[in-house]
Each structure stands twice: as structure tokens, then as C-alpha cells.
Design a protein around this ligand. Structure first.
Ligand code: PHB
Length: 364
């Protein structure tokens, strides 16, 4: 029988019920101090029939925040909150992966400890808005990280991984996509450093390499994935030679025997087509170098996902907005049931509405 979205999958000692992944989705509903809430536990538990849930992006360090009410994983209270979320997912038979995040320059001084300038590889402002308590304002001009600041943030990724494992997460995902800190180091437009962290592809990869090494001190490779978005311009980011840069990234991540490589194909949440990068080639590079599985994402329908998995092009398919609006997305796909309509107005912030109140399918 051919592999479908509903076929089980094993990675190392972890078994997953199917190939449908809930993609990481920022929902901005964390409690005071970036602590995950009981409502978040309910939301994720409702979606536990996904083969794997990747959580919303979660800051590894106080300087890693750039949005209101995003959760963290750098305090005891945050770790305890996540432990409740993971328990709720596990109680429903699901598997959970925490997405490790630092926004870098996609931030504003009002989010930063002491009102300091946000951290970035280079002092180049992103032409983006940050949503603060005072509404939308320009992202602040960042400061170029010193070597000491780099060391501190790299070690925060390790500490966050230790906390994630202590909270019971099955996996962690290193967020190296979407123009946030790691991506800012990888891509030539935002990284103009002249030291060992900038210039050549090897140098631009150094920060990612140090982060992955630190993460692997606290979790085995079979429990670590990484997300990239090689051609996405989201968050005002660009690279002069994305095929070259991300081929080296895929090669490195594979050589570390990571559990999965998660690729956002095309523009984040938008146009998929591109002639800049061959995503199949990146997946092949990752696997040939020793990586275990590949995850594809961005605008996949059920049919596209089934084709990707049954042809062997990818091992998993990550669905974002469809999971947000359909807690029982797996059953709906399996039975060809119609989908709920997502409500954009309640994507970010608020409470139950547009979060835990999307209904499961009920025959009329
Ligand atoms: C967002 O909050 O809009 C957001 C966060 C993380 C991403 C992408 C978008 O990777």
C-alpha cells in the first residue's frame, strides 16, 4: 500500500500516528510574563490528532521578543506552563515539538530589557512594523551583536532546549526561517559583519552551527528539527545567492543527523512558485548528508500533501491555517468533510473566540 498523509511514521524511538503536522502559528495569547495558559493547553489538545504539533514560536531569551503576548521558555513559570500544555497534548495521544525563537531585529525597544536596541547581526533596520502597546510602530534600529551577546544568546538556545525536554516535549524545532535572528545571520542582506560571523557562506552559517551544537548538548538529534524559508522575503529579508546559502544549510543540518528539515516553499503564507531555489534538491541534500525526514509547508491542500507524501517527495506535510480553523483536520481530510472558514480577525490576541471555539465536524 502506498504511503498517505494518514500513514504512521517512526523517527528514532518516536512514533507518529500520521504525516500531518500542525505548523507553528503565533496566536499571541500567552499570559503575564510569557507564561502558557490553560486555554493554550486546551487549544493544542483539541488539535492532538495531528501526527506532530509544532508550537507557536517561543522566545529563548528576554531579548528574543518582538510581539505582544508571545510565550517564552526561559523562566521557571514558562517551563511549568509548557509542561501543562504538553501533558494535555500527550493525554490526547499527540506529540509535541517546541519552536525555539529569537526575533532579532524584528522588535522594538519597548519589548527589550532596559529599553535597549534589539539584537541583530548588523545594525540594519528592518523595514517592518512592530505591534506594541501603542499600536503599530516602526521596528527599531538594532545593535550589531557583540561576541559576548552572541555567546549569551547561543547558550540560551541550549538552556531553552533543556527546559523543553524537562517540560516533556518530544522534540524541539530551531526556527531559522522568516527573517528572524538566525535567518538574519544566514542571509547576506541583513548580515554585513566583517568578523567570523559574516561574509562567506561558512561564516554566515556559524551562528546557526553554534545554536545547533548547543541544542544538541541538551537533546538527541532525533528530537531536533529545523525550519528554513530560503526564498521568503517576509520580514524584509533577502539573500544574494539563496541556492548556495541554503544548500550549505541543508548539508550542515543533515550532517548533524537532525530529525527533520522543515522548508517553507516560496513566500511565507503566499506565492509558492520560485525559480531561485530547488526545494527538492535541498531535501535530497539534507537526507544524503544524514538527515532523517523532510517536512514541506506553505499553502498545501489535502491533494498536494497526499501527492508529496505518496511520491516520496516529503515525509510530512505541515498545515497552518487549516489546523487553526479545524481542530479535527485529520478526520476531515480522511473523510473528505468540509472545512471551517478561518477568521483572520481573531488570529492574534484575544481569548476563546477564534481560538478554542472552532467546531469539530458534525453531520447535519
Ligand atoms: C508572526 O507573528 O507573524 C510570525 C511569527 C513567527 C513566524 C512567522 C510569523 O515564523
Amino acid at each position: 500500500m502506498s504511503t498517505t498523509l494518514f500513514s504512521p511514521l517512526t523517527v528514532g524511538d518516536l512514533s507518529f500516528a500520521n504525516r500531518m503536522v500542525m505548523a507553528p502559528l503565533t496566536r499571541s495569547r500567552a499570559g503575564e510574563g510569557g507564561v502558557p495558559t490553560a486555554l493554550m493547553a486546551e487549544y493544542y489538545a483539541q488539535r492532538a490528532s495531528a501526527g506532530l504539533i509544532i508550537t507557536e514560536a517561543t522566545q529563548v531569551h528576554p531579548t528574543g521578543q518582538g510581539y505582544i503576548a508571545t510565550p517564552g521558555i526561559h523562566t521557571d513559570a514558562q517551563e511549568a506552563g509548557w509542561k501543562s500544555v504538553v501533558s494535555a497534548i500527550h493525554a490526547q495521544g499527540g506529540k509535541a515539538c517546541l519552536q525555539l525563537w529569537h526575533v532579532g531585529r524584528i522588535s522594538h525597544t519597548s519589548f527589550q530589557p532596559g529599553g535597549a536596541a534589539p539584537l541583530a547581526p548588523s545594525a540594519i533596520r528592518a523595514n517592518m512594523k512592530a505591534y506594541t502597546v501603542e499600536g503599530f510602530v516602526d521596528c527599531s534600529e538594532p545593535q550589531a551583536m557583540s561576541e559576548a551577546q552572541i555567546r549569551e544568546v547561543v547558550s540560551a538556545y541550549g538552556e531553552a532546549t533543556r527546559r523543553a525536554m524537562a517540560a516533556g516535549f518530544d522534540m524541539v524545532e530551531v526556527h531559522a526561517a522568516n527573517g528572524y535572528l538566525i535567518d538574519q545571520f544566514l542571509r547576506s542582506g541583513s548580515n554585513q559583519r566583517t568578523d567570523a560571523y559574516g561574509g562567506s557562506v561558512d561564516n554566515r552559517l556559524r551562528f546557526l552551527k553554534e545554536v545547533v551544537a548547543e541544542v544538541l548538548r541538551h537533546a538527541p538529534a532525533q528530537r531536533v528539527g529545523c525550519r528554513i524559508s530560503p526564498v521568503s522575503g517576509f520580514n524584509d529579508i533577502a539573500d544574494a545567492k539563496p541556492a548556495e546559502t541554503f544548500s550549505a544549510v541543508a548539508q550542515f543540518l543533515g550532517s548533524q543527523k537532525l530529525a527533520y528539515l522543515h522548508i517553507i516553499e516560496g513566500q511565507t503564507g503566499g506565492e509558492r512558485a520560485t525559480d531561485l531555489v530547488d526545494f527538492a534538491a535541498l531535501r535530497a541534500t539534507f537526507k544524503a548528508a544524514g538527515g532523517h525526514t523532510t517536512l514541506v509547508n506553505n499553502g498545501y491542500t489535502r491533494e498536494m500533501g497526499d501527492a508529496a507524501v505518496s511520491s516520496g517527495a516529503a515525509d510530512w506535510v505541515a498545515y497552518g491555517v487549516p489546523f487553526l480553523a479545524n481542530p479535527d483536520l485529520v478526520a476531515r481530510f480522511k473523510n473528505n468533510w468540509p472545512l471551517n472558514t478561518p477568521d483572520q480577525a481573531t488570529f492574534y490576541g484575544g481569548a476563546e473566540k477564534g481560538y478554542t471555539d472552532y467546531p469539530r465536524y458534525a453531520a447535519k
